[in-house]
Design a protein around this ligand. Sequence first.
Ligand code: PBG
Length: 338
Amino acid sequence: MNSGFFPSRRLRRVRAQAFSRDLVRESSLSAKDFIYPVFVLEGESRKEAVASMPGVERKTLDLLLEECAEIVELGIPAIALFPVVGDDKKSLKAEEAYNPEGLVPSVVKAIKAKFPQLGIMTDVALDPYTSHGQDGILGTEGDDEGYILNDITKEVLVKQALCHAQAGADMVAPSDMMDGRIGAIREALEASDFVNTLIMSYAAKYASSFYGPFRDAVGSADALGKADKKTYQMDPGNTDEALHEIALDIEEGADMVMVKPGQPYLDIVRRVKDEFKMPTFAYQVSGEYAMIKAAAQNGWLDEKAIVMESLLGFKRAGCDGILTYFAKDACRYLLDDQ
Ligand code: PBG
């Protein structure tokens, strides 16, 4: 190759004009890449801002239905539903998690009745319903004291997933990180003839400080206090373990796998996609949203540019889709640029 006075390779040639940049771009974003997380409150005609997530509101079903019209109009394929329930619904055994008359099943039914084309993903984990804010059932005796009990929790998660499927949830998304729960849920779904209910596994979920604002949003932060989730969520130092988690979840019957948080863990996304070639998702979590919002509100970063660049990074890393609180904004930016 001639690397002398006249370079024969000029990589700047394709960068010189917008049309050629457009032609050679490997990754791109569309409304179809997004899953929009929403927080739902009990009752009617009420909405509340989430202080640490400017622009995100928790709202009652009637207001959420209005928002769903907008979500569908923008072309977003699915929402992820997170319930916020009163302290009267929280207990040690999290019975409310599988109450067929509970908030999640009723909201799923109402949304599916009005917007059958909108995919609904429900979170399978006990943290909205436990009085201590942990994702599972807490041991109280002997060696188990203070430990989240895996197999007992798994049984409750199965009931919760079935309850969501019965209500019409399209995807159940276990975010609890108990061992063996994907297999148990898949088996129960098959046995109950919910053969087409998708399982999106929060397969590699790290014990992350980036979830702080979310715990404010669902109201589990106070209950959790200074406790952490390190005995079930993964250690941020590990990558091989993520592959192991994902291999097991695929074997147990997951249809789609997720890495969480997102941007600080894109190395994991790339490894997972290369290794398994499965539908791979990542969650741009509440803390990532809060950081971008805070910098934008201070005028330190250009919000639109940063949002789109960060989301494109997920695609480039190998994501088939992204759970993001910026989903609606990103769709509007895409429309602006058309
Ligand atoms: C709970 C759950 C969490 C998130 C989604 N499901 C928080 C946690 O594990 O404590 C975090 C989402 C976010 O931070 O945006 N099972």
